[in-house]
Unconditional design. Sequence first.
Length: 426
Amino acid sequence: MSDAPTPRPSLTERPYFVLGLLILIYTFNILDRQIVSILAQPIKADLGLSDTQLGLLTGLAFAFFYSIFGIPVGWLADRFGRVRIMACACMVWSVFSTACGFAQNFAQLAVARMGVGVGEAGGAPPSYSLISDYFPPERRAMAIGLFSFGAPLGILIGTALGAWVAEEFGWRAAFYVVSLPGVAIALILWLVVKEPRAGRLDAVPSAAVGALAPAIGRFFANPVLWRVSLAGGLSSFVTYGLLNWLPSFLMRSKGMELGEVAKYLSVTSAGAMALGLWLGGYLADRWGRKSERAYALVPGGALLAALPVFVAAVLYPGWGGALALFAIPIALNIFFMGPALAIIQNRTRPAERTVSSALFLLINNLVGLGCGPLFVGMVSDFAAGRGVTDSLQVAMLALAPMFLVGAVMHYFVARAISGQPRTIAG
């Protein structure tokens, strides 16, 4: 008597369908996060903002709330359901991003950006955890790498669509066009995706979700986890410092027009990020078969290789050649993302993966997204106050030493990996 055939899972239970929907949500997550950077020049002109204020709006005003709320939201997602928390979070950040279009001054825009940060705190960490319950350990780096392609997609759509709408209808209309679709996507997620059991694909049994404080304690007691988070933050410092100011830099210092930003910067940035995400994960996986230290050494080496090209791009006289050169550090700077997230997921208890992802993002975003753009804006205002004609060029060059600092920190991650075998308690 033959066994009955195993029924095929429904579409909404298939890993790649769920992954595709998570990528779509992450695309809008990045789009709503980056839209202020894309529209910085017309917003600055209309509201009379300084570069420091722009740095706050694109960095710390968002990143502080995004990072701090990520920890309790991550714990709630592990305890009460990641799908529900993500759907609510997507709704919140979409509404607040739309509200940015109604702002009449810096304070109102800052409050709206804080709301976007609170909402987006419930986006990426639950997604990483869900991916771990739809893909087994040997396929997680690949799945996380595919998920991360939402970042270049968000930048591509946001830069092209946002800049075009702003040029044709004004910067306020751009917020409405790119943000409102997130409300519909949040409803789709709530209605179609089922909540899987945490740790169902892991070899060790999954413990129940415990208290928040012990999970945080275990994270910071693990030198691999906190070091890779800090290394990611330093990589993000140069990444966000570059990306968040690149549209303004090319327009102010290189003579690029807003329409040209929509046509050329969107494709260049998105293509470079996509290549960097894929190549960083591919090289780390390939060389990681011999030594897990490759997951730290590959990103560190990429930062060292990016540094001289970055300086050359900042100093290049025309926007065409500068943009072509900038594509190289954009790609190399993002090498760290896939390897770092794979380390976090594979070295954390299944029931604590969302919290651990939130802690990673807390450090990564406070250091990188919070401080990188703000640093560039403050240096630009400082240089302008002392009579420097192209103050933003000086501010961009000030990012150069952080490439070296980030590379050194990735080396210390590799040393921690050497001294700690990969084991996960249930």
